[in-house]
Design a protein around this ligand. Structure first.
Ligand code: FMN
Length: 369
């Protein structure tokens, strides 16, 4: 269908379910076990309600903010997803770079260790000097490989390293496991890992990830790079405090889009629980809190920002938009989210991101409070 007929993020998902290969759809859409966490990530946003303020001049609304010290046009970013070529065989992650760079607001793109294009290709595809790219790191059991990777990330000018810590072992994604991983579009990513067996894309790709990874390693990485280090996949306030203590730049409250431990809690509720503790300990200025999982609407983004998130990531929505329409789809998804965000800010009675706070939410229905 004509791209202009799409009105929201769900439209991309439906279209993707109709047109993607079985392998791509199974890999992209799957989540762990009974997929309870996957559904809950999204459902938890539905329990949170606004307290809009009236008669505020909202003629001009500004969605820009900062993340890790850099100015960005919108408070949402494209989260790292492996194997973008399964859905967009020719251009893969390069079209995400183009879509982000060609849009007015230029959201940040986080690039996966398991991208199906090389890091250099994706960096070179980025059309705008102002656009920011981050690197998502899966730590290899062979630390030399990881150290070389970090050097390459620095050389190519990426702005931060997000170390994923929620995948010491791969989640049980049954939809994916039923489809053998044979597609040559995974070749680039497969080179980077040692493929042991063919039981779905996830399992084929993940065998190199080091299950021995621990806090000491993060402290070591901090010494090895000047780039900000962010821990991706934090799921409780205690670990946020520990991350703040060792002095990383940020954490992502995330359960990997429900693809790892089923019955992990929704990140938005972990956020609700975390921020008061950080404020009480005066750590809220020391560490930036990001969040992802189940974000599909401008209002979802707004709720996370009201609760104190600095940036909000989306995974599947950009996989689907990139698969259906390439870079034009990515641009369209960005525009839809940005329009929803602007409109919701107006209706809430705020004109800039820094005005958002808990006072705009009815906290009584939020778990974690
Ligand atoms: N997270 C990583 O840190 N590294 C990855 O390589 C990675 N690959 C993913 C592949 C797929 C198909 C999906 C759906 C998610 C992946 N994620 C990965 C997790 C995302 O970065 C993000 O945490 C999650 O998708 C957010 O949930 P959402 O899809 O509901 O927006």
């Amino acid at each position: 269908p004509d791209i202009d007929s799409l009105v929201n993020i769900y439209d991309f998902e439906f279209l993707a379910s109709q047109i993607l290969t079985k392998q791509a759809w199974s890999y992209y859409s799957s989540a762990a076990d009974d997929e309870v966490t996957h559904r809950e990530n999204h459902a938890a946003y539905h329990r949170i309600f606004f307290k809009p303020r009236i008669l505020v001049n909202v003629k001009e609304v500004d969605t820009s903010t900062t993340m890790l010290g850099e100015k960005v046009g919108v408070p949402f970013y494209v989260s790292a997803t492996a194997l973008c070529k399964l859905g967009n065989p020719k251009e893969g992650e390069k079209d995400i770079a183009r879509g982000c760079g060609e849009s007015d607001v230029k959201p940040v793109q986080m690039i996966s260790t398991l991208a199906s294009c090389s890091l250099q290709e994706i960096v070179e595809a980025a059309p705008s000097k102002e656009q920011i790219q981050w690197f998502q790191l899966y730590v290899n059991s062979d630390r030399k490989i990881t150290e070389d990777l970090i050097k390459n990330v620095e050389k190519l000018g990426l702005k931060a390293i997000f170390v994923t810590v929620d995948a010491p072992s791969l989640g049980n994604r049954e939809k994916d496991a039923k489809v053998k991983f044979t597609n040559s579009n995974g070749a680039k990513a497969m080179e980077k890992s040692k493929v042991k067996e063919s039981k779905g894309a996830s399992r084929a790709l993940s065998s190199f990830i080091d299950p021995a990874l621990n806090w000491d390693d993060i402290i070591e990485f901090k010494k090895k790079t000047k780039l900000p280090i962010v821990i991706k996949g934090v799921q409780c306030v205690e670990d946020v405090l520990k991350a703040a203590e060792i002095g990383v730049a940020g954490v992502v409250l995330s359960n990997h889009g429900g693809r790892q431990l089923d019955f992990s809690r929704a990140p938005i509720e972990v956020l609700a629980e975390t921020m008061p503790v950080l404020r009480e300990k005066k750590l809220d200025d020391k560490i930036e809190i990001f969040i992802d999982g189940g974000v599909r609407r401008g209002t979802d983004i707004l709720k996370a920002l009201c609760l104190g998130a600095k940036g909000v990531g989306l995974g599947r929505p950009f996989l689907y938009s990139n698969s259906c329409y390439g870079k034009e789809g990515v641009k369209k998804a960005i525009e839809l989210l940005k329009d929803e965000l602007e409109m919701s800010m107006r209706l809430l009675g705020v004109t800039s991101i820094d005005q958002l706070s808990e006072k705009y939410l009815d906290l009584s229905t939020i778990h974690g409070r």
